[in-house]
Design a protein around this ligand. Sequence first.
Ligand SMILES: [Zn+2]
Length: 101
Amino acid sequence: MNELLAAYRYLSNNFGQIQASKRCGCCNCMEVFPPEEIVGWLGLTMDNMNDPSAVEQQTAMCPYCGAEAVLADKSGLPINAVFLQRMNEAWFQRTLIRKPK
Ligand SMILES: [Zn+2]
């Protein structure tokens, strides 16, 4: 599988992976930052907030731009400007595959 396609699934429901990572990067604004900087998570509601698996399934929001586009090094993918730029072009500019809302 194309690594850009493979990487896309790590951009959501990535709480557990990010907690285990040392370095994260945003595919929208291309900032690189440690996981501790992430303060915004999506996915918990009043109904599932006591469910440990729901906590693990949260999606990180970038601390710089707020996008749900955070990739963590635990995914095995390179967290650097070149790779983030490639992800950005593939997913956020040319909309290779449009993300379902
Ligand atoms: Zn960002």
